[in-house]
Design a protein around this ligand. Structure first.
Ligand code: BES
Ligand code: MN
Ligand code: MN
Length: 474
């Protein structure tokens, strides 16, 4: 086996200790792999918008057909919502089984006018693939299909592979829990492998060791029974938008703490040792501020930016509206105001309890003259993935061989609610081996995925399977 001509950081990685890797096949085909990804990215599989229902399905079919063409058994499992792709390759009782999870649905591309190129007409430019879903999660999920192809080129599969690729991740995975409960046997595995998170940097590879949970609510504040002339009534009637703003303002105090009584109950205190390790992670606050073009960061007193976004809960207004927002001025005292509020949760918190807490406590913040209604949206539980299991060590080894550097274990601030269900329903741990970067602009205009990230993912995943199989042999 030869070293990668075009990836100097992995020089020496394919030593005797390394896993078998079909270097020549990889070099000869990786450009085709990228072109195939572009095909998938052209399908606008926006799960949130019913107008794209048929396209979401088409993306699922594309993934299913791709698996079949690679030699796996695969099917579309229908749900009340978008279908789930289930696939399987290898069924050797002497080999461990890896369940690959990912999603083929994407976030809406709005606001369209802020894209430099069309979200569903992918372009490869400056070393990046630009398209909605390039990183989250089509680009990363697709790596697993190609890892399967590469593994087959290097000999018999070292592991049994199962694939569960869903089409509703971006809208809360409402039907995946039922699918898992109905297919416990079929989904039985020794570990779940997911590439749907980010690394710290290409020079500072990391493996995600935790995810935050989520409680998402919508609030409606109603004042007068109809919109009023703000000259005739202004000054005498409570304005629901202003009431809502003051209520929201009370949710976080001057120290950056969330004020809902009981919100922090049970929150796991992160051991000093872990906090020390996080403080040593190469995180550049100046680069962070420069990237976001902000002059200061903000958040809970006593915690670093990395901590605030990972091991501590947070509360954000995701959208707020009401009254007149069109061109020019309309003088109106509106009847209603709305906001969408999300709370990111950490181990020790439970999304159902937090949602109920919010529904009970938020209306108490209302001044007189308005009524408040809170409607729960989706939620999900936080997850911690261990670093002291063979699968984690296999992942760390694979990353080290591909990147030429040992990965840093780091929790992430995002949410993949299904990960806690894998543990709960299947009793299986999840390895979050993501190849994205925070700068990929996921959920934003101009989402992108580095071509180098794509290649590193291709090099790392087959190695993971080999090392995991080896570890399972004992
Ligand atoms: N892939 C993301 C989650 C993610 C991104 C985790 C980056 C870690 C780092 C996933 O597709 C996502 O967007 N999840 C949603 C939650 C879901 C219930 C809509 C999120 O985190 O907002
Ligand atoms: Mn995702
Ligand atoms: Mn997402």
């Amino acid at each position: 086996m030869s070293d990668h001509a075009s990836t100097p950081s992995s020089a020496g990685a394919s030593s005797a200790a390394g896993a078998p890797f079909p270097e020549a096949y990889y070099q000869a085909n990786r450009e085709r792999f990228l072109q195939e990804l572009l095909e998938l990215l052209r399908i606008p599989s926006v799960s949130a918008d019913p107008a794209f229902k048929a396209d979401v399905r088409r993306a699922g079919e594309w993934v299913r057909d791709h698996l079949i063409n690679l030699g796996a058994e695969a099917e579309l499992a229908e749900t009340e919502g978008h279908p789930i792709v289930y696939g399987q390759a290898g069924n050797d009782p002497d080999k461990p089984t890896v369940l690959v999870y990912g999603h083929y649905d994407v976030q809406p591309p709005d606001p369209l006018e802020l894209w430099d190129s069309a979200p569903f007409e992918p372009v490869v430019k400056d070393g990046f693939v630009f398209a909605r879903g390039a990183s989250d999660d089509k680009g990363q999920m697709f790596l697993h299909l190609k890892a399967f192809e590469l593994l087959q080129q290097a000999g018999p599969l070292p592991v049994n592979l199962k694939f569960m690729i869903e089409g509703e991740e971006e809208v809360g995975s409402a039907h995946l829990g039922d699918f898992i409960r109905a297919n416990r046997e079929r989904l039985a595995a020794d570990v779940v492998l997911v590439s749907d998170t980010a690394m710290l940097g290409m020079d500072t590879p990391s493996i995600t060791t935790g995810l935050r949970g989520l409680s998402y609510v919508q609030v409606e504040v109603t004042g007068p029974s109809r919109d009023l002339h703000s000259g005739i009534y202004g000054g005498a009637v409570r304005n629901p938008i202003q009431a809502l703003c003051s209520m929201i303002d009370q949710l976080i105090d001057a120290e950056g703490r969330i004020t809902l009584p009981g919100f922090y109950d049970g929150v796991r205190v992160v051991p000093e040792g872990d906090r020390k390790a996080m403080a040593e992670a190469p995180f550049d606050l100046d680069a962070y501020r420069a990237d976001l073009k902000i002059d200061a960061v903000a958040g809970e007193k006593g915690y670093s930016t990395l901590e605030r976004t990972t091991i501590r809960p947070s509360l954000d207004v995701n959208g707020i509206w009401g009254g007149y927002t069109g061109e020019g001025a309309k003088t109106v005292l509106p009847s209603k105001a709305y906001a969408k509020i999300s709370m990111r949760l950490v181990p020790g918190q439970d999304s159902k309890r937090i949602t109920e807490l919010f529904m009970r406590e938020f209306p108490k913040l209302a001044p007189d003259g308005v009524r408040v209604r809170v409607t729960p949206d989706h939620g999900g539980e936080p997850a911690v993935t261990p670093t002291d299991i063979p699968a984690y060590r296999a992942a760390a080894r694979a990353v080290e061989e591909s990147f030429g550097k040992a990965p840093i274990p780091l929790p992430s601030g995002g949410s993949i609610p299904i990960v806690s269900l894998f543990e709960q329903e299947l009793g299986v741990k999840t390895i979050l081996l993501g190849f994205g970067l925070d700068s990929d602009a996921i959920h934003s205009p101009n989402e992108r995925f580095g071509v180098e990230n794509f290649h590193k993912g291709l090099e790392t995943l087959p190695r993971f399977h080999h090392h995991f199989a080896e570890a399972a042999k004992g």
